[in-house]
Design a protein around this ligand. Structure first.
Ligand SMILES: Nc1ncnc2c1ncn2[C@@H]1O[C@H](COP(=O)(O)OP(=O)(O)O)[C@@H](O)[C@H]1O
Ligand SMILES: [Mg+2]
Length: 309
């Protein structure tokens, strides 16, 4: 097996996942799958297995004990559908209450699924709610034991802090909110602040695991190669910001990656031969998001005119 990605044995208490995935998660997926922290997250580039491990962790939880459980998805239906399909694929059909089979009734951001639990007496049901960020207030009146937020970078902060955190409080349940996401565009994004900022407080409540797209050996090799080539900047030949984010799972445009020693804009006078210039000032304009980082030099001549060479 190429790279560092090992298959590891994880106890998954239901057959269909065992059959389909060969009973294995990858070694980087496993600690996330097993984490009991309050807000763990698995993030990374396109196709690294975020939705797969998220759905596995979720289904594992609802089959372990009967509970109300919630999946929160971005508003975009196309994106949301992928997570629902992964979930559907992983839930053993014999667990679904017959009249609810085929899952999903969807109305405007509200989707609801009912499941019975394997090997449990009828009546001890887990119930899965699906909600999109379109209707965050419909989350507040739920009382659930576990929450999975997929594509978290496209869900807003209000949905998490004011609705999801509040709803995840059912007594005697894991009371865990776990997430899967692609890194946001820059460090001002709320997801960066809570899960990626190396200086974030409460790290132990927000642990993260990650993996790069090229390390998923299950993906078509030619396709992955094409993705990586396509992500190169045509001018410099280097990996573009979107490639770093979408394939390598890095936050693009991060200040720390450009000048790790600076945390702010520094401007200082530069000693320069008089009499030509009265004053020469240099500074660095840090590029955030898609903007480039720039070094600026401004000179003032004897008449007080500013020139930017
Ligand atoms: N542990 C695993 N074992 C085998 N295949 C996996 C595993 N995790 C993910 N995959 C496969 O990798 C592909 C991408 O996974 P997916 O979860 O859709 O990625 P993401 O959500 O990160 O884009 C899928 O075909 C999925 O079945
Ligand atoms: Mg996904």
């Amino acid at each position: 097996m190429p790279g560092d990605i090992l298959e590891v044995d994880v106890h998954i208490p239901f057959e269909p996942l065992r059959k389909e995935r060969g009973s294995a998660l990858w070694s980087v997926q496993k600690p996330f799958f097993e984490s009991e922290a309050r807000y763990p997250a698995f993030y990374g580039g396109r196709g690294v297995g975020k939705t797969t491990v998220g759905a596995a962790k979720f289904v594992d939880a609802v089959l372990r004990q009967p509970m109300e459980a919630l999946v929160v998805l971005p508003t975009d239906k196309q994106i949301a559908q992928k997570s629902v399909l992964a979930l559907q694929e992983m839930i053993p059909t014999e667990c679904v209450i017959p009249q609810e089979k085929g899952i999903v009734h969807a109305t405007k951001g509200l989707i609801e699924v009912h499941f019975g639990l394997l090997g449990r007496p009828e009546g001890e049901l887990s119930r899965i709610w699906l909600r999109t960020a379109e209707n965050p207030n419909a989350i507040r009146n739920l009382e659930v034991g576990i929450v999975w937020m997929d594509e978290l970078q496209d869900i807003d902060e209000y949905t998490f802090t004011d609705c999801v955190k509040y709803a995840c409080r059912a007594p005697g349940t894991p009371q865990q909110v776990f997430s899967t996401f692609t890194p946001p565009r820059d460090e001002s994004h709320w997801v960066y602040k809570l899960w990626l900022n190396p200086d974030r407080p409460h790290k132990e409540r927000y642990p993260t695991w990650t993996m790069e797209t090229k390390d998923n050996y299950k993906l078509d090799e030619t396709l992955v190669q094409e993705w990586y080539e396509d992500a190169l900047d045509p001018l410099t030949g280097e990996m573009s910001a979107s490639g770093r984010r979408e394939l390598m799972g890095q936050v693009a445009g991060g200040r720390r990656q450009v000048f790790p020693m600076f945390g702010e804009i520094h401007v200082r006078p530069i000693p320069y031969p008089e009499p030509q210039w009265k004053r020469v000032t240099g500074g660095i304009d840090y590029g955030m998001g898609r903007r480039a980082t720039t070094v600026i030099v401004v000179a003032e001549d004897q008449a007080g005119r500013a020139v930017s060479p």
